[in-house]
Design a binder for this molecule. Structure first.
Ligand code: IPM
Ligand code: MG
Length: 357
């Protein structure tokens, strides 16, 4: 097949990890007989520096013409002044909103090859395979009142409509059907009206999925269950902010934030794919970042936007094989071990990919 993929490397380690994911996608194209055209565009702090806007019109136009977008990371200390009028993160939020990317999929699994690396006891991590479905274009991030008062007050409104909850809940239930048949919906219905609407709506959607088991979990309790018994979860459905927080917490289960990919999808198959980690300015430019999250995001791109399931699974298997070979980037090495560079890890994944049958 032919596909156009726009890359938005962004800031910090973004360009380094995107470079590896693009090499992997090129290897997929060669191995499976596809033609992928890549176009790179500016987004985030680098776009602010270049043109004064974290999401320039030209970038939006490029994304409009693409089948999918692969994004690195945005942000850094030089753009973090809280009084600044433009911030890199605004570009990310506008991109999500512009394409109505309401369903954010964040799979979290543990890797046998990394057992012992995570700070939790290995027996707790056995069998962990969670899919976060995070609502991404509404909630408190996009509430109607979002302002800094003149003096000592500021507002962010938590707001949800039935439609907004319903569509993301359907994604969660559909996903559960293809997995282990369970949805845990996270809310704070004991305190917040918008979260009572969330719970009521999820219950209504659940009526269409009698084969899927639903439980409601309060967000504070969920943080605890994720550490005490993570294997009990299948699909975790959460609003924008709770999903943001819980998915970072759950990354600890995988051993490193550098392992977790994500897909942000709209109602058509269009999506923006990105690692859930940030731009890590402290290690940028040194060639030591973990490219796994971005390579696995590219696998999600193949699966969800291009419908290439075999190719996606081949990339995932190649990452598993590289880890099983003992390859580790700096975030995963034990003291005294020599880490693999970002590029060395990418090369190793590609070697497995071209060898696989
Ligand atoms: C994420 C990030 C973003 C978010 C920030 C950078 C705006 O933390 O994708 O999880 O909060 O959604
Ligand atoms: Mg986050």
């Amino acid at each position: 097949m032919q596909a156009k993929i726009v890359t938005l490397p962004g800031d910090g380690i973004g360009p380094e990890v995107i470079a590896e994911a693009v090499r992997v996608l090129e290897a997929v194209a060669a191995r499976f007989g596809h033609t992928f055209a890549f176009e790179e565009a500016l987004m985030g702090g680098c776009a602010i520096d270049a043109v004064g806007d974290p999401l320039p019109e030209a970038t939006l136009a490029a994304c409009e013409s693409a089948d999918a977008v692969l994004l690195g990371a945005v942000g850094g200390p030089q753009w973090s002044d809280p009084t600044a009028a433009v911030r890199p993160e605004q570009g990310l939020l506008r991109l999500r909103q512009h394409f109505d990317l309401f369903a954010n999929l964040r799979p979290v699994r543990t890797y046998p090859a990394l057992a012992g690396h995570a700070p939790l006891r290995a027996d707790l991590l056995d069998g962990v395979d969670i899919l976060f479905v995070r609502e991404l274009t509404s909630g408190i991030y996009f509430g109607e009142r979002h302002e800094q008062g003149d003096g000592d007050r500021a507002w962010d409104t938590l707001f949800y409509t039935v439609d907004q909850v319903e569509r993301v809940a359907r994604v969660a239930f559909e996903s559960a059907r293809r997995r282990y048949g369970k949805v845990a919906s996270v809310d704070k219905a004991n305190v917040l009206a918008a979260m009572r609407l969330w719970r009521r709506t999820v219950n209504q959607v659940a009526a269409d999925y009698p084969d899927v088991e639903l439980e409601h979990v309060l967000v504070d309790a969920c943080t605890m269950h994720l550490l005490r018994n993570p294997a009990r979860f299948d699909v975790i459905l959460a609003g924008n902010m709770f999903g943001d927080i819980l998915s970072d917490e759950a990354s600890v289960l995988a051993g490193s934030l550098g392992m977790l990919p994500s897909a942000s999808l709209n109602a058509s198959r269009f999506g923006v794919y990105e690692p859930i980690h940030g731009s890590a300015p402290d290690i940028a430019g040194r060639g030591i970042a973990n490219p796994v999250a971005t390579i696995l995001s590219a696998a999600m791109l193949l699966r969800h936007s291009l419908g290439l399931e075999t190719e996606a699974a081949a990339v995932e298997a190649a990452v598993d094989a590289a880890l099983a070979d003992g390859l580790r980037t700096a975030d995963l090495v034990a003291p005294g071990e020599t880490p693999a560079s970002t590029a060395a890890f990418g090369t190793h994944v590609i070697e497995h990919l071209v060898q696989s049958d």
